[in-house]
Design a protein around this ligand. Sequence first.
Ligand code: HEM
Length: 230
Amino acid sequence: MATGRRTPKGVRSSVALKIIMAVSGIVLVGFLYAHMIGNLKIFFGAESFDHYAHWLRTIGVPALPNKVALWLMRIGLIVAVVAHIVAAAILARRARKARPVRYAHRPKVQGSYAARTMRWGGVIIVLFVIWHLLDLTAGVVNPAGGDSEPSARVIDGFQPDRWWVTIFYVLAIVAVGFHLRHGLWSAFRTLGQQTARGQIIGRTVALVLSLVLVVGYLSVPFAVTLGLVD
Ligand code: HEM
């Protein structure tokens, strides 16, 4: 039923930005899950892991040249990351502008705590991804295995004498977990989970999806450090 009232333009574009955040976030969660499942192949042996890496490079061959599908996925991922960060920055600036005078005593409400955690968590994740690409994809930090045997870089990278690398991964993956839990929960709300029951389900799904991801990712560096895979 039409009420005759129109939604102000600023509100409409903020909703559009939240939808961009939710949709790009879902693409990134899809990547995170696919990558985590791919990483677990290390438990089936180095060969299985490298075979999977080879498959990624040859998807669509011979219809497409080597790595073209991989590069298309990489471009999609980069677009999603940029859209996610830009939309987050614009929304954060709007929220700040809506309150030009800062609170004399910042209330310890969930909203401001979550916003800060999301911002700093996001920064840690971006720094981690830069390190991670130099380390395990480009082999700049860790050249073991070359392009065809990324398993060698994983096994080399998490040896006990490189404990500081493992600690950095653990911190970053825990940051990913917190970021994901809050992000998924916000996305569920943006995409329409408004009822009390819907909110409980949304919170639980967000928690379980984040926990599974964190445990799946952490299992690899811990297993290598403890000598369970070699
Ligand atoms: C312990 C956890 C992780 C391990 C063992 C791991 C392992 C790897 C390896 C071996 C590669 C290179 C694959 C290849 O050359 O085929 C890679 C690539 C990559 N990883 Fe991870 N990763 C982990 C966590 C993460 C996390 C948490 C993120 C994101 C926040 C991430 C993002 C990426 C990206 C963007 C690439 C590049 C994919 C490409 O375009 O080829 N990784 N990872």
